[in-house]
Write a protein that binds this ligand. Structure first.
Ligand SMILES: CC(=O)N[C@H]1[C@@H](OP(=O)(O)O)O[C@H](CO)[C@@H](O)[C@@H]1O
Ligand SMILES: [Mg+2]
Length: 542
């Protein structure tokens, strides 16, 4: 390690006084102007992680669905997954160390994780379209090179594309070719082959309007379009040519406000979808003839995909176990439908993709989706080998199902949730099953629900158990929630401190919107009183 060079470069990346950041569920996120030193330091950390794992590590510069002025950074581990939890702590420690302690903190981490400093390091970098991203990714590159690491800068990429690149590079290209063209070709080939097997693929099923949140998704989907145009024609809206990133558009806006984004021309019954700012989340929606807006969120996506996979598995007659992973935010109706109608086991984990991903790895076929539209399907190596073998050996109906599954494996991004990949899977499933978006929507009816935020002095006074469904602290809060829930029919409510914002989230569902609203409001009041609410008391009425 050339400590003189490190000291010289670090001088350009002074930490703003008093700034403390946490490597949360989605890495570091804050106003872009405060992130230069964090980027440089994450470049340093990526080198250590690469040396330790003897693998290529990814660094993505993005703040996903946050406002355009924000930015953020996260590291991608060797198999394209989120950074290991023990390293999240090192990241936090390094990001918050005072400038004069940077060297010693770096040495401490190297010692703790037993890094061989002579090992080569390789880091790949991607960034979203935020105005601040280019400069910030240069700071990451500076951090990598000052420690002697090699860099490949992919420039503009969606977050899932960077995860894909890392996975490809660490599996010697077995998973795919580590270029955007390789990504486009792999997914498009699987999609075109899959939809080629559809009986019913009338014109109606082949057109889709996509709100790209004025983000990177527009650029990348635009590049990819020609590769799959024989199977689907997509029309892009909020493509970044005019509007602001995530501003009144994108998956997060649509899911939170339960209304269409601005900037999209929706005719009744037309199938539309929205990506978020870094294209790792997707939700679908349509407007019916009466002008009512219908949202098909991550739960509806999980249901559609699980039913499809279950049918294929039954068709090939192999005992592959399917598991579906959700969080406490999953609508109760979706969980019931999955368990009682699709007949697949459903598991609940804590919020945050890494928890769902980890659980989904336990199954031959692990389907995971957060209600907000972040998710994918993972296939175990054993399941993949078995399916590939059956696709070759079997004949007739069974072989057709096995071949479909083979393409489905290629179409899903196995590294992380991916809006483009999920969109193509959904389009293929709808075409293969001859389903309209209305028929898909009608599989089950969402229970009315409401999410609220409460400001408290210190959100860590709330701690939870049972996949965040029960509050164990502060005393009395869970009892209060239980009493409130009893007042309503088909009701459920829980609270948890957010991992990405300085607030407590409240979720409630019940048999009517009025009841869900009023339960959420009453629970918010309980949080406000028992967990140290600050500012204005929660208000009723929505
Ligand atoms: C209720 C909700 O949607 N929570 C989101 C949000 O986490 P919070 O910890 O709830 O702030 O951001 C996470 C990262 O993007 C995402 O994984 C998660 O689903
Ligand atoms: Mg995102």
């Amino acid at each position: 390690m050339d400590l003189d060079a490190l000291t010289k470069h670090a001088a350009f990346y002074a930490k703003p006084d008093g700034l403390i950041l946490q490597y949360g569920t989605a890495g570091f996120r804050t106003k872009a102007e405060h992130l230069d030193h964090v980027m440089f330091r994450m470049g340093l950390l990526a080198v250590l992680r690469s040396k330790q794992t003897k693998s290529t590590i990814g660094v993505m510069v993005t703040a996903s669905h946050n406002p355009e002025e924000d930015n953020g950074v996260k590291l991608v581990d060797p198999l394209g997954e989120m950074l290991a939890p023990s390293w999240e702590e090192h990241a936090t420690c390094l990001a918050n160390s005072e400038d004069q302690n940077l060297q010693s903190v770096l040495m401490d981490i190297s010692e703790k994780v037993a890094v061989n400093l002579h090992q080569d390091a390789f880091v790949v970098i991607g960034r979203d379209t935020r105005p601040s991203s280019e400069k910030l990714s240069q700071s990451v590159i500076d951090g990598v090179t000052v420690l002697g690491g090699q860099v490949h800068d992919y420039g503009l990429l969606t977050t899932p594309q960077l995860h894909y690149m890392v996975y490809c590079r660490n599996t010697s290209g077995q998973y795919g070719e580590a270029t955007t063209e390789g990504y486009y070709k792999k997914l498009s080939k699987a999609f075109v082959e899959l939809t080629g097997q559809a009986f019913c693929s009338g014109d109606d099923h082949r057109k889709l309007k996509v709100d790209c949140a004025n983000g990177i998704g527009a650029l990348k989907l635009g590049e990819m379009k020609p590769y799959f145009s024989q199977g689907l024609s997509v029309q892009l809206f909020n493509d970044g040519s005019g509007g602001k990133l995530n501003y009144y558009c994108g998956a997060d806006f649509v899911k939170t406000h339960q209304k269409p984004p601005q900037g999209i021309e929706m005719k009744s019954n037309e199938r539309c979808c929205s990506f978020d700012g870094d294209a790792d989340r997707i939700v679908y929606y349509y407007q019916d003839v009466d002008g009512h807006f219908h949202l098909l969120d991550g739960d509806k996506i999980a249901t559609l995909i699980s039913s499809f996979l279950k049918e294929l598995v039954l068709e090939i007659g192999e005992s592959l176990n399917i598991g579906v992973v959700q969080t406490a935010y999953a609508n109760g109706s979706s969980t019931r439908y999955l368990e009682e109608v699709v007949k697949v086991p459903v598991y609940c984990t804590k919020t945050g993709v890494k928890h769902l991903h980890h659980k989904a790895q336990e199954f031959d076929i692990g389907v995971y989706f957060e209600a907000n539209g972040h998710g994918t399907v993972l296939f175990s190596k054993a399941a993949e080998t078995k399916i590939k073998q059956l696709a070759k050996e079997l004949e007739d109906k069974k072989s057709k199902a096995a071949k479909m599954l083979e393409n489905v494996i290629d179409l899903f991004n196995q590294a992380t949730g991916d809006a483009i990949s999920d969109m193509l899977v959904i389009e293929a499933v709808l075409a293969l099953k001859g389903l309209t978006i209305q028929q898909w929507d009608a599989l089950y009816t969402d229970l009315p629900n409401r999410q609220l935020k409460v400001k408290v002095a210190d959100r860590q006074v709330i701690s939870t158990t049972d996949a965040e469904r029960q509050a164990v602290k502060p005393p009395g809060l869970q009892e209060a929630i239980n009493d409130l829930v009893k007042k309503y029919k088909l009701s459920r409510a829980f609270v948890r401190p957010s991992g990405t914002e300085d607030i407590v989230r409240v979720y409630a569902e019940a048999d009517s919107q009025e009841s869900a609203d009023s339960l959420a409001y009453e629970v918010s009041l309980a949080v406000f009183h028992l967990a140290g609410g600050v500012g204005e008391r929660p208000q009723s009425g929505f």
